[in-house]
Design a binder for this molecule. Structure first.
Ligand code: B12
Ligand code: SF4
Length: 484
């Protein structure tokens, strides 16, 4: 029997940077330690991808695909169908958020043989062991499969400690492909923990990891960072942890260790606004001194009512307070917001716009990104959305167009989306330009004159809340349409 396992990260849409496929690297770690051969294929990095995948995957114990809800499903389906056509006996296994939340619907398709729910490390290892030994698959925690045409669906398994597994194997990648010019010239994604104890209404994390949290101990994180810096020339880290700051004690030890070891690394991570406010000034300075240069914060909405409804446990004032704290520390704050929550979505636009103006008044360089509320399977607000008229797709491929950039809920109409796109994504960035746009405005020449004119016009429109006859926006739409 073969001892090869093939792992595939299907393509994404609109990806400006190709980040390392951490979910599959995490799954690969224990398999490698037990002697299985890993073929990690990342079709985002080669074209055309199907012939190469078919050639490389032959003879595998199983082929595992990592799939998030949305566009990735489209490519995962194409890959899975091609694999089943050529290797009908080789199990095609889907893992990741989407299949974990909707295992029955995923298994209903002929081209998916199995689903692994939750963390892949323990289940994929046990699956490989059983397949290699020719043993029955019954009772593997988190493993869903088919028997005599019937779907056997396992319970969603609880989180297991990750310290029992070897470190993420960067050496199985062509690491240069994944060096991203971001915070540093050579920025690498890395995860040090999984899970999040909070339960925000729009977030699938809650069901995926049952509000549990597990993390590598500080020494392990420091060894990994040192390895990336010394052996691969990495000069910045983008932590993929859902909530890096859950254990303050651990973060303190990591920061002190970075300073003690003299690691010259800049880093970015996610933090909740309340968490950051509750840190002592000394702790916040330690984070900065240890290289933290950017924090990603979920501001979500400028409406206090909306924040309450989604269970965010924060206030609009908290968001503005964090902006001021970050500004004082020299840490860039990047905020995310969402539009189209049930309730009073129209009113929320104005309230969120005011909040964005407040953030920009603190520091124009602070970015604020706008998304639309999408009821992801597994999110606490999913059922409520269904009751309010949201119709979830009834089959796997129906989820391929589901993401945070489009509207999926019936309580807001296309006019609403147009308004948000126009004000938040178009006029607001021109009115409060970030560093990139400021550079373009200062560059000189006719283009920079046009940028400066747009800045003046957008500032007037936003300041006066006058979005009548938005010709410049329509022109932009027209151009984008021609390009698209
Ligand atoms: C990095 C990241 C990205 C990267 C892509 C990843 C990459 N490497 O290139 C980028 C920035 C491109 C991205 C994009 C999007 N993302 Co994203 N992203 C993340 C983030 C922050 C980290 C993922 C990660 O590496 N985690 C670390 C690994 C170790 O953990 P893991 O992903 O949970 O993987 C484990 C299990 O899922 C499972 N598993 C995963 N794959 C497989 C495969 C097999 C075979 C097996 C057995 C197991 C298995 O085992 C793994 C190890 O335990 C997560 C949040 C988070 N912290 O996880 C969100 C997250 C995955 N993203 C999410 C979303 C929604 C998106 C978008 C769709 C949002 C949008 N704009 O619409 C887009 C995709 C749009 C597009 N371009 O097509 C959601 C997914 C929800 C869902 N239901 O799918 C998450 C969970 C954020 C959230 N809390 O809502 N994302
Ligand atoms: S949005 Fe962030 S804080 Fe809230 S549950 Fe999801 S990961 Fe946790």
């Amino acid at each position: 029997m073969s001892d090869k396992v093939t792992l595939i990260f299907p393509r994404l849409r609109r990806e400006s940077n190709v980040w390392a496929p951490l979910p599959l690297m995490a799954v690969a770690a224990p398999l490698l330690a037990e002697g299985f051969e890993i073929e990690l294929l990342d079709p985002r990095t080669f074209h055309p991808h199907i012939p190469e995948i078919l050639q490389a995957a032959g003879g595998s114990l199983f082929v595992g695909l990592s799939v998030m809800t949305g566009f990735q499903i489209r490519d995962a389906v194409i890959i899975s169908k091609a694999l089943k056509d050529v290797y009908p006996e080789m199990p095609v296994v889907w893992g990741g958020y989407h299949a974990s939340m909707l295992p029955e619907q995923t298994l209903a398709e002929d081209y998916v043989d199995m689903v692994i729910r939750g963390q892949g490390q323990p289940t994929a290892l046990e699956l490989a062991r059983r397949l290699a030994a020719g043993e029955d698959l019954e009772g593997v925690p988190g493993l869903c499969y088919k028997r005599d045409g019937e779907a056997i669906v396992a319970e969603h398994p609880p989180l297991v400690e990750i310290d029992q597994y070897p470190s993420t194997p960067y050496d199985i990648l062509d690491i240069e492909t994944y060096m991203v010019p971001d915070l540093g010239t050579r920025t690498m994604k890395y995860f040090s923990s999984q899970g999040c104890p909070f339960g925000c209404g729009f977030c699938a994390e809650t069901s995926m990891y049952g509000r549990g949290w597990v993390g590598f101990p500080p020494e392990r994180v420091l060894d990994d960072l040192e390895n990336l810096a010394k052996n691969y020339g990495v000069n910045a880290i983008d932590f993929a942890d859902t909530n890096f700051f859950v254990s303050k004690k651990r973060v303190k030890a990591i920061c002190e260790g970075i300073l003690e070891r003299g690691l010259d690394l800049k880093w970015a991570a996610d933090v909740r606004t309340r968490q950051f406010i509750d840190f002592s000034p000394r702790f916040r300075e330690l984070i900065r001194d240890a290289g933290c240069r950017r924090l990603l914060l979920g501001a979500e909405s400028g409406s206090q009512e909306a924040l309450k409804m989604i269970g965010k446990q924060t206030t609009v004032d908290d968001t503005l307070h964090v902006a001021r704290l970050c500004d004082g520390l020299g840490i860039t704050a990047r905020f995310t917001t969402m539009f189209g929550f049930p309730g009073e979505p129209e009113k929320d636009i104005e309230l969120t716009l005011r909040m964005i103006e407040g953030i920009k008044a603190v520091n124009e360089d602070f970015e604020v990104h706008g998304f639309f509320f999408a009821p992801y399977p597994g999110a606490p607000m999913y059922e409520e959305a269904v009751q309010l008229g949201f119709r979830p797709p009834g089959w796997l491929e129906g989820w391929a167009d589901f993401d945070l950039t489009e509207l999926h809920t019936p309580w807001v109409n296309p006019e609403y989306k147009k308004k948000v796109d126009m004000i938040i994504d178009f006029y607001m960035p021109y009115a409060s330009p970030g560093p990139e746009l400021r550079q373009k405005m200062a560059a000189g020449g006719p283009r920079s004159y046009a940028y400066r004119a747009m800045h003046r016009l957008a500032s007037w429109r936003v300041g006066n809340r006058n979005f009548e006859a938005p010709l410049e926006w329509k022109l932009k739409q027209l151009k984008a349409g021609r390009r698209g």
